[in-house]
Design a binder for this molecule. Sequence first.
Ligand SMILES: [Fe+2]
Length: 488
Amino acid sequence: MVKTLNLNAENNLTEKSFPVKDGARGFESQPNEYSYWIDEIEGVIPRNLQGTLFRNGAGLFEVNGQKIGHPFDGDGMVCAITFNQGRAHFRNRYVRTEGYVREQEAGKILYRGFGTQKPGGWIANLFDTNFKNTANTNVIYWGGKLWAMWEGGQPYQLIPGTLETIGQDDLDGLLKSNHPFSAHPRIKDNTFINFGVQGGVTSQTLTIFELDARGNKLKEHSHPLTGFAFLHDMLVTDNYCIFIQPPFQANGLPLLLGFKTIEQCFDFDSQQPTKIIVISRHRNYDMEILETESFFGFHHGNAWEKEGKIYLESICSHSFPKKSQAELDCTQAYFDDLCQGRLWEFELNLAEKTVTRQKILARGCEFPSVHPGWTGKEHRYLYMMVFNSSIKRGPLPAVMKLDKQSGETQRWSAAPTGFPGEPIFVPRPHSDEEDDGWIISMVYDAALHKSYLIILDAKDITKEIAKLYLKHHLPYGLHGNWTAKVFI
Ligand SMILES: [Fe+2]
């Protein structure tokens, strides 16, 4: 059985929330590109915090005044915060994707997206399935390359020191015919594991890639999937890759005919089970599909094997968070129907084909992360963004550390006007303790309409090590990664 944590005090949420409108300006575009040493700092940057934090996210929410329909469709803007000898340098730069370059030259929207139509009604969108690769979801340095990633296409390769765009990367021919390379790789035991899903609305193919430390292919295997498979994240253990496929009903015809966006063409089906796809990393790459109660989840925490069973964590919500009206811009509509996700732990018994699950945190949460050295093995600590109250509207204002062994939690809040992004764990050099390091997160401060980087002590995240104030705001980001290399 999944163990029960004593979280009664933590789960008794009584605090007041904050006005939703405070967070809305975090969806304002940042069209400028900067490069400067950060000189407004509270606290002291640790001298042994040496390396570069890369972060990606949508930076533009319009093209020459024409608003896009969904934050997922914003052009990728990569930031690099480089730490060197107690100083920090900030740089941001747009990924020069084909779509970004063409739209900036044309001064208008030329591409459809997840929730965006080209202006001109259905005729302008008829039979157009050339969706824009925004390269806006993640950025990671691996095998000597820096990749800006988007789950529907190939990654864009950037120059780490300048963030200039080299171009789309097919990984030396590995990604044939523009095969997608997801934005949620996992790194375990110095192996880079990623996937891509290709196909239509009723049947798709899932391909898994494993790369060595130099970026060379170790494994590649494909598996047929049935139904509309919206796989955003993945999990790995020593022996398995694990995917969670929530149930959707999809109809691609209105999309093809130009009447609807992708987002409008699929609906969450709460009457159907959610599938958990378990694929062996060895021999014949056998695939098992288990079923559990219906839920949707973008992001998963960690997975591990123990005593013949597989355990995993996922942020589960009761439905897919759709924007209520496609014609409204991001600042007005996005959060109104957001389904709050909760942290659940699952136990998979492959021999008996059973799934047991248990909610371990009542507090709404997102963007879970662990020490990178604990990926795929049983861990004690989990870091994530959380709500401060049970009120579900608005961006998440706090970061939490959960001690799964003791059930204790710590929380750092940027409320009432601050909204942190994904907490990224940076290990302290030469330490092998699971919570020895720093939690770094980019915070949008609505009171200043500027952003700052917060560095927290990963052992006690209520301790602020340093706040690094940027000279401007950054829109809410998505994912990023740390590398111990100093790029400046
Ligand atoms: Fe994600």
